[in-house]
Design a protein around this ligand. Structure first.
Ligand code: MSP
Length: 509
């Protein structure tokens, strides 16, 4: 039986078109989903959009369209962007989907009936752009700690969710499930800065705007956007609907990928909602860092970004994907710039991978009309390369299990670098001149092609457009995970297809 693996991205606010920071989260989740499929898991990969709330309502008003029309356009744009990035999601959920709205209403009612949601009065400080309530002590210089903008004091009738009731249970859960919050530093931050100082009950409805899910039994209230948004992870699977087969199959989530600033929603409010609903908790919430430009956040509101499609058109989809996956150790913040994108593409994709495939196929064409034959004329020098190829799957697997994606890619490129070195050491052009060495030369080329195949099989999870091209050039369909158990599955006497440049070197700007 296949293992199931349920992975999610955050659902993004469609308040403006998406930037490279949103792509970052989604590319990473996509690579993990693809890797899991490759390694044999039954994967469900969810992404989507978080469409309600005052901020979106305001934006739509400013633009002079209805909120629904406003978000529809951005969602179309987002889906098109995910298509150009090769995002292999299984479902795209929108919080305006009728099915989702109904589930949120049922969840709200269920928690109310249970006594975990009650009516009260809210007095507090609210940051409208961030849709967040803050306490006096959380403010930084009297402003929103996330975005630095002014907060407003509001008083209104509201429903509250009893977070406090579950505080001890939550701490116990986090402490007994050491992998629940990753990386470690974020876990400590949650426990020490947010949970242990004491959880206040959370205001979970608003009356000051109406672009939201109405509370069925009190319809001047709409559901607070985070309660609405977090429910997507179960509504998408049909929880509390007539067909909850996906829910039964895939819940609990194996991995919620989220940005560091929303870890607290996912590790406090979300698990408590699930506890209150008597549901299992997700196995892991991973809080990643931000892509920054010149040290500052890329932000829709600051407007310091280009449409990601411009990068895709200029440098190719896999240059963008590779950058997101390789450049920054997952968990840390990292800089994004076109210069960095160019140098990463040149250094790894053009010089190491592209060059290796091109050189190897070029030699095979020149010496043997593109026929790759395993003549088994082995020498000691071959063992290093074979051992490296054979050890690759385990190394990559262990890094992927720890979400060390950049290291997993480095493992694969270590093999490609070793191939380039193997060419320099075996000097095929010298062998070619010696009549008696033709069979040795054939083996050398076979070993290279087989090693390229090994690396490419694993690379499928990360840069799938390029790997498809490589497999075409190698003229092979032996591309599954299990074909890495033995060195030698590449079929002897295969004729290669013509080489095609995979990545041109890009001139620095
Ligand atoms: N709608 C909420 C999430 C609800 S999930 C139940 C939200 N949306 S968001 O559009 O503001 O952000 C979505 C994700 O994009 C967050 O994880 C955030 O960290 C990520 N990113 C936004 N800008 C980013 C960068 N510059 N770099 C990396 N990730 C970035 O929060």
């Amino acid at each position: 039986m296949k293992n199931k693996f349920y992975i999610t991205t955050p659902i993004y606010y469609p308040s403006a078109n998406f930037h490279i920071g949103h792509c970052y989260t989604t590319i990473i989740a996509d690579a993990i989903a693809r890797y899991r499929r490759l390694s044999g898991d039954d994967v469900f990969f969810l992404t989507g959009t978080d469409e309600h709330g005052q901020k979106i309502q305001k934006k739509a008003e400013e633009t002079g369209v209805t909120p629904q029309k406003y978000v529809d356009e951005i969602v179309d744009n987002a889906k098109d962007l995910w298509k150009s990035l090769g995002i292999s999601y299984d479902k795209f959920i929108r919080t305006t989907d009728k099915e989702h709205v109904e589930v949120v209403q049922k969840i709200f009612k269920k928690l109310y009936d249970k006594g975990d949601i009650y009516k009260g009065e809210y007095k507090g400080l609210y940051c409208t752009p961030c849709e967040s309530f803050w306490t006096e002590t959380q403010l930084v210089d009297g402003k929103c700690p996330d975005c630095g903008r002014e907060v407003n004091e509001v008083t209104e009738e509201a429903y509250f969710f009893k977070l406090s009731k579950y505080q001890a249970k939550l701490i116990e859960y986090i402490e007994t499930h050491p992998n629940f919050i990753e990386p470690e530093s974020r876990k400590n931050e949650m426990i020490n800065n947010f949970i242990k100082p004491g959880l206040e009950d959370l205001c979970v409805s608003r009356t000051s705007f109406n672009w939201g899910v109405p509370v069925t039994f009190d319809d001047k209230h709409v559901v607070y956007v985070w309660l609405d948004a977090l429910s997507n992870y179960i509504s998408a699977l049909g929880y509390l609907t007539d067909d909850d087969s996906l829910f039964k199959k895939y819940w609990p989530a194996d991995l919620h990928i989220v940005g560091k600033e929303i870890v607290r929603f996912h590790t406090i409010i979300w698990p408590i909602m699930l506890m209150a609903l008597d549901l299992e908790l997700p196995k892991q919430v991973f809080g990643h860092g931000w892509l920054v430009i010149n040290g500052g956040k890329i932000s829709k509101s600051l407007g310091n970004y280009k449409d990601p499609r411009e990068y895709i058109e200029t440098y190719g989809v896999d240059a963008v994907r590779y950058f997101a996956l390789r450049e920054v150790p997952f968990g840390n913040d990292g800089n994004f710039s076109e210069e960095l994108l160019i140098s990463r593409t040149n250094a790894d994709l053009a010089n190491i991978l592209g060059n290796l495939v091109n050189r190897t196929i070029g030699m095979a064409n020149k010496y043997f009309d593109g026929i790759i034959e395993n003549t088994n004329v082995c020498e000691d020098i071959d063992n290093n390369l074979k051992d490296l190829a054979l050890s690759l799957k385990n190394k990559v697997d262990s890094n992927m299990n720890n979400l060390q994606i950049s290291d997993a890619l480095d493992n694969i490129f270590e093999l490609f670098r070793a191939c380039n070195k193997y060419i320099d050491d075996t000097m095929p052009w010298v062998l070619a001149k010696d009549e008696t060495k033709q069979d040795r030369l054939k083996t050398v080329l076979y070993n290279l092609i087989e090693s390229i195949r090994f690396g490419t099989v694993l690379l499928q999870a990360f840069i799938p457009t390029t790997t498809e091209k490589i497999f075409n050039q190698l003229n092979t369909n032996i591309i599954d995970f299990n074909s890495l158990d033995k060195f030698g599955y590449y079929k002897s006497n295969t004729k290669l297809n013509n080489p095609e440049v995979l990545f041109k070197r890009i001139e620095a700007k």
